[in-house]
Design a protein around this ligand. Structure first.
Ligand code: 5GP
Length: 178
């Protein structure tokens, strides 16, 4: 399907399933090398990262632990600029190697907030692995952004975990608004 409609909004295909899976395999290879001999705690940021997180960890052959946390900064297609509270950040991350898995970094506000909270708990290291990054939209520097699947233009995207007003997360492909 090249075009889809979600809640009266039109989207066109942007990154197909094969491109996404190929890129994830490469990210997995990188993480396997970088974390060899370690035991990272991989923290997925819900809801958007759930498919990416599942596919990414299947590529890992290192010892790793999995956790999820949740927050929200979006309503419709516009960032609210406000961050809601973090839920479910694992306790006892002091001294751990943390890999935060995100669906997308847009302005960087959300991930900066997560990083600030995590840094307060003194992990040994913290890095961010985001499937998508919108470099043109970035307003907050994120030096911890160690792994990025795709750099994309400042368009609204949906699919593969990302929603438009709650819909579209179950698509294998990523679409952009037309
Ligand atoms: P930031 O705080 O970096 O501006 O926004 C990050 C969060 O906003 C992401 O985790 C995601 O939930 C949402 N977001 C940003 N850009 C998009 C987009 O193009 N599509 C969708 N569906 N969500 C987005």
């Amino acid at each position: 399907m090249n075009r889809i409609t979600i809640a009266n909004k039109q989207f066109e295909i942007f990154l197909d399933k094969d491109m996404i899976q190929k890129r994830i395999r490469l990210l997995g290879v990188q993480l396997n090398v970088d974390y060899e001999g370690k035991r990272p705690l991989i923290v997925g940021v819900l809801n958007g990262s759930f498919l990416f997180m599942a596919d990414l960890v299947k590529e890992l052959n290192i010892n790793c632990e999995i956790a999820f946390m949740r927050l929200q900064s979006y309503e419709g297609t516009k960032t609210t600029g406000k961050i809601k509270e973090l839920i479910g950040l694992p306790e006892n991350i002091k001294g751990r190697d943390i890999i935060i898995v995100e669906d997308i970094v847009d302005t960087g506000l959300t991930i900066s907030h997560i990083l600030k909270t995590i840094r307060e708990q003194q992990p040994s290291s913290v890095t961010v692995c985001s499937l998508l990054l919108k470099p043109m939209a970035l307003k907050h520097e994120v030096p911890e952004l160690g792994y990025v699947g795709f750099e994309i233009p400042d368009d609204f995207v949906v699919g593969y975990g990302l929603d438009y007003d709650g819909l579209g997360r179950n698509s294998n492909d990523i679409y952009k608004a037309v």
